[in-house]
Design a protein around this ligand. Structure first.
Ligand code: ADE
Ligand code: ZN
Length: 325
């Protein structure tokens, strides 16, 4: 499965940090975050709320642009090994310079240099989606959107929202999304993971997003499923993440196949791979094992993902050739 060329649209850069990488940084900085690891050195959490706390504690070890350059390199190496040729990655001004535009530019420069080098050496392309964090509130989201707008271009191509979907409502973030849209950024929002169909409806209606992060709980309302299919809204589905966080018992119980069968544009991503003990190759293996997806299906999904990517036309055409091998 690692040989098949893959397109990933939903990956949190901090969430892709291997625990050994974070532990190493913490040691360098004399930071005690040992409570986030289990006896085998893996991330340890009990549920989604706890996951968010562990995630933020892990992120506290990432303190400089150089740390982010090293992280970018490490994450792209892992993705390339899984056969990923294009990765759209969530980047967070909240963690990179505290939403201050000047500092954010320095972090961005470091990440971009690392990504450019990885592209030359490993043939993997990264594009960034600036993300705000729902449980940090609308005020911080505005500052994040301003960072996004200031740096929008051929590398920062999108804007999104992650974090705890159970807090606040999409309409609270309308200003941030309008600001990003006006700067030319394409839009996505996490919804339909910890919220039900109404949460997905609200993200589409109030934020005008063209993609939804997860969105899988749309399956609980077939009228919404039809609407998503009709509107061509793309779901960034992360099956292994959903299973690891207890949303579904197994890949076999996961609705990705049914959503696809009903005409919704689904894609496959890892979300926060080391937290959920997954990789893109692993997602493909599990989907093959549980749902009998074959090479033809995976190639169709990769093409569908590339069509939904926020990159420019030249990049899409270049990556498209890589999907044909
Ligand atoms: N941030 C990182 N992973 C997330 C997830 N699965 N849901 C919401 N916010 C996140
Ligand atoms: Zn996510």
């Amino acid at each position: 499965m690692s040989a098949l060329p893959k397109v990933e649209l939903h990956l949190h850069l901090e969430g892709a940090a291997p625990p050994s990488f974070i532990a190493g940084l913490a040691k360098e900085k004399n930071l005690d975050i040992s409570g986030i690891f289990d006896a085998r050195g893996q991330y340890r959490f009990t549920d989604f709320s706890h996951f968010l706390k562990v995630y933020e504690a892990a992120t506290s070890a990432l303190q400089t642009p150089e740390d982010y350059a090293r992280l970018t390199r490490t994450v792209l190496e892992e993705s390339a090994q899984s056969g990923v040729v294009y990765s759209e990655t969530f980047l967070s001004p909240d963690f990179c310079g505290g939403r201050e535009v000047g500092a954010w530019r320095e972090y961005l420069h470091a990440m971009r240099e690392a990504a450019d080098q990885a592209e030359r050496q490993m043939g993997i392309t990264l594009r960034g989606i600036v993300t705000c964090i729902r449980h940090f509130g609308p005020e911080k989201a505005r500052e994040t959107a301003l960072c996004a707008a200031e740096t929008a271009g051929d590398w920062i191509v999108g804007f999104g929202i992650a974090g705890d979907e159970r807090i606040g409502a999409p309409k609270d973030f309308r200003w941030a999304f309008d600001c990003a849209r006006e700067a030319g950024l394409r839009l996505t929002a996490h919804a339909g993971e910890w919220g039900g169909p109404d949460s997905v409806r609200a993200a589409v209606r109030d934020l005008g997003v063209e993609r939804i992060g997860h969105g899988v709980r749309a399956i609980e309302d077939l009228a919404l499923v039809d609407e998503l299919a009709e509107k061509g809204i793309v779901l960034e589905v992360c099956p292994g993440s959903n299973v690891a966080l207890g949303l579904y018992r197994s890949f076999r119980d996961h609705p990705i196949h049914e959503l696809d069968r009903r005409g919704v544009k689904v894609t496959v991503s890892t979300d926060d791979p080391p937290f959920f003990h997954t990789t893109m190759a692993r997602e493909y293996e599990e989907l093959h094992r549980a749902l009998d997806w074959d090479e033809g299906q995976f190639r169709r999904i990769a093409r569908q993902s590339l069509d939904a990517a926020f990159c420019d036309a030249d990049t899409r055409a270049r990556i498209g050739k890589l999907l044909e091998v």
